[in-house]
Every structure is written in structure tokens, then in C-alpha cells.
Write a protein of this length. Structure first.
Length: 754
């Protein structure tokens, strides 16, 4: 291999093709070179090569003197160079070639990160405003600036493949799904002892997989440039999910959280979410909470609460249930309130659902002793499942079990009678018939969904629930979006990440969901970017029942949630995003009419004019204290004497412009460098404090304490390995504070002649 100085902008030959160096990162005895194609065969291609495993030869330009060409040829060449040019350090590098519509509000989080505004970001936009795109842009931008960056994306299991597809198709970022199967496949291709997690630049996994203690153990020596938590509202509770997420966030230089529903009405849970990754309480959270109206996009969602009058049998059922619930509330065991809540919600779904649950409760109370009053089953309600209530229905209720059976038997008879002709089902049938367009119907429980499917068999509905595998879900979605069915029945467990706006605009809720979060998630399946029509969301509410008071409480909680969000974004960021969006649109326009074959020599064109002058364009590079190129831009220099030959005087003017670029770049980098240094130092402190352990909080104390003592030496090695990586990062950040002029070269010119 030829040992050549690799600086941004220089031309090299790799594998018989010419490339221009875009970035060069070194660590240990290996370095990664990011390049852009310069030959006709690889024009527009971007790649990375690992040294010293590739032969790289420097390619010298045939001549630095400009060549006079036609105006048309000059325009194509100048457009190609300007399309890739960056005017400032904070300019986005990955957005111009990304497959996305340039919307200023979607650029704001990435711009804020590059400016050093924050290292913890919560993107809490309204459903359908492209949170995945915004996070993907942050990931792509991080990799464009540091080719050796490492990214971890944590999402619900059902969204992993969608994440991989989005990163690849929109940003040309390769990512791997690392679960049990993916890790086994990766390990089979590695030499023994190599951790598969450590070699994958962009890894996607699920929170339910990564929270396992044995998986967390394999991550203890690692840190990440970016950790993305999708559907982050699931991490606001007190659970293994939240514990694992908090541990991983302490290892991230940048924490990005995505959720359209960050606040459930529980202020404590919201505070826990906002504290994710806040080491030493020194890293404020930057929150983006935008609605379609706020960003100037078409809106007009119509929410309709359809009051359904219960039939006589249903009215009797609800009255009997109210009396039973009141008795449980006043005289029941502590866990009886949970039973009352479950039965009330089941009655709101359907009489059939209530009858099924009452029958199960009677069986549980008769077959086994009720659970002790001070020992309730956990978890009570798992937001990640749609299975019908089971052991919760066996909780002790009234003190006298015989009396409780006297309450339950008539309630079961009334519910069974009411299930023969349910008013909500009649209203749903009428709504589907009159709408005459695709509709998605949400219900909470899987057994209720199956009951709906049976009752609506004449319209052949498709089903989407938590009991389906990934392929079955994808098949149901494909069939619905392709027009094979007009009705899709779904539960909340299967609703995350659905994009149905191209096919559907009508959402029906059979019963009101538990929280405003779920309601927004449901409507957001169709109210998304790209929805060309007004969205209609219909809530079926049983008139004169407890469901009406539940609807009022749901509205009140929604109001508290909105009040919890105070603007935390600097208004100047909006202006910066508008300016960057305009630049990116110009860059894309230039790229469309650029020269397909790159020029290996500066070009100049002559234009007739009433003045005499020449404008030169120079590529100016800035490097750190170790000679590593960090930033390059193109600057224009005016020569009023109008010379068309390269002149030594031009070098003097170039130095002045180069120094200006150097000073501006140093100023722009300063806030980011300060924040990045503080964050890295905090990560080092956290590693020492926790002894690099991630799984400790997920293990039962007492079972593994002796084993941990025996493994103290191995754990110390993990601490040293993780800290050593952070020390290298701190050294690099220190070098970046001392910028100097790097390569300066002429790229093109334009001469004006009378």
C-alpha cells in the first residue's frame, strides 16, 4: 500500500477507480476513509474503505491551470461542485441526497444537534409528522461527519424491519437487526471471542430483547454516538424496559427519543421520561412538540363522539354492573378496584365481552381461593398485550364470597341476554355501510376483536392483533392497503408503526382507550404526512353509562397534557431551518443539471459583459491539530483585473478567505465541542460509578453477588476498555479545538469581458 496523506478533497485511486476523499477517521491501528466517486462508472457513489487493508494511491491533477471551456460545459461542472459544497460547519451533509421531501421543521432536530444545542432530544410531534425521518436524518448526519460512528436503535419488535428499510431507502445507511437470530448469524461469521455488537455500525434491536440481563452484559464495554428510543412513552414507567433504557442512555453521546404521546397525564411518569440519559442533571432536554397546524401543514381532523343508546337489556346490564361496582368500591378488598375497572371497560366494549369476563371471574373464585388482600398479581395491565383479562379476575372482591356470587349470577344472565343484540355492533354496521370506504376499527382486547370478526363476517374484515406473527401482520396490511378488504379490525398491541393513510381516513373506536396516548396513536395511523383527505375519528360511547364520564375525564387529561409542554426551542432555530431548507432545495436543483463526468482540471468560461473581472472559486479545507481534515467549503474570490490565468496574487487572497473560513468554523464548532466534551466526561464518570455494569439493576440481588465477586477482574477490564474509548474521544475533541488551514485549490472560474 502507498502511504499518502489523506485530506478531504484529494483524489485517490482505490480498486482501479478514482475517488475524492470526503472524510478520514483513525483509531488504534486502523482508519476508515469515506470517499465519493470521481469516475464516470462510480459518479454519485459514496463508499468507505478500511486501511491498511486497501491499497490507496494519491492521484495528482494533470494541471492546476484553468482550462477555457464553453459556458454550457462550465455550468454543468460548476453545478456539480456547488451541489456538494457546504457553506458552514452546521450545514447538513446527509439531507441533500436523502430520499425525503425537504420540510424545514423536520430539519430542526438535526440542526440543533450539529449546533450543540443539546445532546438529549425528545421529538414529540403529532402522529404522522415524520419522527422516524427526523431521527434517521440525525443518524445519517452523525455518520456523514464521523464514518466510524456507532448507532443503536431501540424500537418495538414489530418496527425493527421498518426501521432498517427506512434507513436504507431514505438515507443509504446500512443497518442490521440484532436479535437472537441476528446475533447467532453474525457470531457464526466472526472469530471466537469477538462481540457482534461491537462491529455493527448501526444496530437495531427491540427493548424487550435488549433488556435481558445476558444481553445487557454483552454491551457493558460499549458506548454509542447515538441511541434512538422509538415509541419512548413505553419507557416512562417503573419496569425492566425503563431500567434497561436508562442504563443504555447513560452510555450515549446523543439520546434521541421518539413518541407522539409522551405524556399520559401522569406527571411523575413524564418526568422519568424527560430524565432519560440526563447524567448529573447537567444535560437539559430539547423538546420538539409540533402539530400539523403549527408547522403549516393541511389539517382538519374531525373528532365525532357518537352516543349510542343502549337497548333495554343492555341498560339493565349497565345498571346491575354499576351497583356491583359501587359495592366493590365501598366494601371490597384493595384489589377490588382493579376488578371493577376491568369489568367496566369490558362492558363498554360489548355485552359479550362482559359476559365472558364475569363467567371467568365466577370460575376463578369458585375453583381457587381468592388471592390474599395484600398480594395482588403483577403486572395488572400490560400495555403491550391485547389478551383478555385472566388472573386479574381472580382477585378477592367482597368479603363474603357467597354474597359476591349472588351479585355475579344475575349480572352474567343480563350480559348474556344483552349480547344477543348489541347496540354498538348495530351502530358499527350502520357506519360501515353508510361510509362506503375503507375503515379501521380499534378495540382493546383480542377476544373482543374475534367476536367482532364473527359478527361482521358478511364484510370479510381483516384482523390485526398481538397474537399474529410478523409475516401475518404484514400480509394483513398488504391485503388491506391493496384493496382486498374494506374493514380492518385492530388492537393497540398491533397498531404501533402502521401507515394506513394512503388507503384509509376513517377510524372507529369501539370503546374509548385508557389514555389520550392510545387515542392519539390510533388516529395517527391515518392522520399522517401524505394524507390527502380530511381524517374522521368516531368514538362509540354508550349513552347514560359510566363510559360518558370516562370520556369527560379523557378530555380533561388531554388538556393537562397540552399544558405540560412549554416551548423549549430557540426561535432562531426556526429561521436556521428555513435557510437550510432553501439551501438544500438549491443543492438538489444544481445536482439534477450537473455534469455527469467529473472534471480533473479547473475550468473557466468567458462571458461578454460591460465590465472586466474574474471570479474564482476555491475549495478551502480546515484540519485539526493532527492534520485530520474536518471541514471544507467553496469560497469565491473576485479579481477586478480580470486575469484568466492562475496568478500568485490569487494565493494571497485565498489565504485571507481561508483564515475567515477557519475563524467562522472554529466559532461554529465551539458550542458543540463544549457540550460533547462535557458529555464524554460524564460518561466516563458514569462508567466508573457503575463499574461499567448494565445488567446489575435487572438481576435479583443475592443470586449473583458471589459470582460478581469472582468476576471482579473481568468487570474491571470492561471498565478499562470502555473508558479507554472515551479517552480517545476526548483527545480527538481536544485536537478539534485547534484548527488550521489545510488544502486550498482552485476548482473553477468565470471571466467577464467587454
Amino acid at each position: 500500500m502507498s502511504h499518502v496523506p489523506l485530506r478531504a478533497g484529494c483524489r485517490v485511486r482505490i480498486r482501479g477507480e478514482q475517488w475524492r476523499v470526503a472524510a478520514h477517521s483513525s483509531f488504534d491501528n486502523v482508519s476508515i476513509v469515506g470517499v465519493a466517486g470521481c469516475d464516470a462508472a462510480n459518479q454519485g457513489t459514496r463508499a468507505r474503505f478500511i486501511l491498511p487493508f486497501e491499497r490507496i494511491d494519491r492521484v495528482a491533477l494533470r494541471s492546476s491551470a484553468p482550462r477555457v471551456v464553453t459556458l454550457a460545459r462550465w455550468q454543468r461542472t460548476a453545478r456539480a461542485l456547488l451541489a456538494d459544497a457546504l457553506p458552514a460547519w452546521t450545514s447538513l451533509r446527509a439531507a441533500a441526497r436523502a430520499d425525503l421531501t425537504i420540510l424545514p421543521f423536520q430539519l430542526e432536530p438535526a440542526i440543533a444537534v450539529t449546533r450543540g444545542d443539546a445532546c438529549r432530544v425528545l421529538i414529540a410531534d403529532e402522529v404522522g409528522l415524520g419522527k422516524t425521518i427526523q431521527a434517521g436524518l440525525i443518524v445519517a448526519e452523525t455518520i456523514a461527519r464521523a464514518p466510524d460512528a456507532r448507532v443503536l436503535v431501540i424500537s418495538p419488535a414489530g418496527l425493527r424491519e421498518q426501521w432498517r428499510g427506512e434507513l436504507r431507502s431514505r438515507f443509504d445507511v446500512g443497518a442490521e437487526v440484532l436479535d437472537a437470530e441476528g446475533l447467532a448469524r453474525a457470531a457464526a461469521q466472526l472469530v471466537p471471542g469477538v462481540n457482534p455488537w461491537s462491529i455493527q455500525p448501526v444496530a437495531i434491536t427491540s427493548i424487550d430483547y435488549v433488556k435481558r440481563p445476558e444481553v445487557m452484559r454483552s454491551l457493558e464495554a460499549l458506548t454509542w454516538d447515538v441511541v434512538v428510543f422509538d415509541e419512548a412513552h413505553a419507557l416512562a414507567g417503573r419496569s425492566d424496559r425503563a431500567t434497561a433504557a436508562a442504563s443504555l442512555a447513560r452510555r450515549a453521546r446523543l439520546v434521541v427519543m421518539l413518541t407522539a404521546t409522551p405524556h399520559s397525564g401522569d406527571d411523575e411518569a413524564f418526568a422519568r421520561l424527560c430524565g432519560l440519559g440526563d447524567l448529573t442533571d447537567a444535560f437539559p432536554l430539547l423538546t420538539f412538540h409540533r402539530t400539523r397546524f403549527a408547522v403549516g401543514l393541511p389539517h382538519g381532523r374531525r373528532l365525532v363522539q357518537l352516543r349510542v343508546r343502549p337497548a333495554c337489556e343492555e341498560d339493565g346490564m349497565h345498571r346491575a354492573l354499576d351497583r356491583y361496582v359501587e359495592r366493590l368500591t365501598n366494601e371490597g378488598a384493595p384489589g377490588a378496584l382493579l376488578v371493577a375497572s376491568i369489568l367496566t371497560r369490558r362492558a363498554c366494549s360489548s355485552a359479550w365481552s362482559l359476559a365472558r369476563s364475569v363467567e371467568r371471574r365466577m370460575t376463578l373464585l369458585s375453583a381457587t381461593p381468592p388471592l390474599p388482600r395484600d398480594q395482588l398479581p403483577l403486572p395488572f395491565i400490560d400495555a403491550g398485550t391485547d389478551e383478555e383479562p385472566a388472573h386479574e379476575l381472580g382477585i378477592a372482591g367482597l368479603r363474603d364470597s357467597v354474597e359476591e356470587m349472588r351479585w355475579l349470577r344475575p349480572l352474567l344472565e343480563l350480559a348474556s341476554a344483552a349480547s344477543a343484540a348489541e347496540s354498538k355492533l348495530r351502530a358499527l354496521r350502520r357506519l360501515i355501510r353508510r361510509a362506503r370506504e375503507p375503515v379501521i376499527v380499534f378495540t382493546e382486547y383480542r377476544d373482543t376483536l374475534h367476536h367482532l370478526a364473527t359478527e361482521l363476517a358478511d364484510v370479510a374484515p381483516l384482523q390485526l392483533h398481538g397474537g399474529l406473527g410478523t409475516r401475518e401482520r404484514l400480509d394483513a396490511l398488504r391485503r388491506f392497503t391493496s384493496g382486498e378488504a374494506m374493514v380492518l379490525l385492530a388492537t393497540d398491541a398491533a397498531s404501533e408503526g402502521l401507515n394506513l393513510h394512503h388507503r384509509c381516513r376513517l377510524v372507529v373506536n369501539l370503546e374509548l382507550p385508557w389514555t389520550p396516548l392510545r387515542l392519539e396513536q390510533r388516529i395517527g395511523r391515518v392522520d399522517r404526512l401524505g394524507q390527502p383527505r380530511r381524517v374522521h375519528a368516531v368514538q362509540l360511547v354508550a349513552a347514560g353509562t359510566r363510559e360518558e364520564s370516562m370520556a369527560a375525564r379523557l378530555d380533561e387529561r388531554s388538556g393537562r397534557i397540552e399544558a405540560a409542554f412549554a416551548p423549549s426551542v430557540d426561535p432562531r432555530l426556526h429561521r436556521a431551518a428555513d435557510e437550510e431548507a432553501a439551501r438544500l432545495r438549491i443543492s438538489r436543483s444544481l445536482a439534477r443539471t450537473a455534469r455527469s463526468t467529473p472534471a480533473h482540471r479547473p475550468m473557466i468560461a468567458v462571458i461578454g459583459s460591460d465590465r472586466t473581472e474574474t471570479i474564482w472559486a476555491l475549495r478551502l479545507s480546515c484540519c485539526d491539530a493532527a492534520g485530520q481534515s474536518l471541514f471544507e467549503t467553496i469560497a469565491a474570490i473576485r479579481d477586478e483585473r480580470g486575469r484568466v490565468l492562475f496568478d500568485p496574487v490569487l494565493n494571497d487572497a485565498g489565504v485571507v478567505h481561508h483564515d475567515r473560513v477557519l475563524a467562522a468554523t472554529s466559532d461554529a464548532m465551539a458550542p458543540w465541542l463544549t457540550l460533547a466534551t462535557r458529555r464524554e466526561e460524564a460518561i466516563v464518570d458514569a462508567l466508573h460509578e457503575s463499574h461499567a455494569r448494565l445488567s446489575a439493576a435487572l438481576l435479583q440481588p443475592g443470586l449473583f453477588d458471589r459470582r460478581a465477586e469472582r468476576a471482579a477482574a473481568a468487570q474491571a477490564a470492561r471498565v478499562d476498555e470502555a473508558v479507554a474509548k472515551s479517552r480517545l474521544r476526548l483527545e480527538a475533541l481536544a485536537r478539534w479545538r485547534r484548527l488550521s488551514r489545510d488544502e486550498r485549490m482552485l476548482v473553477f472560474g468565470i471571466a467577464f469581458r467587454p
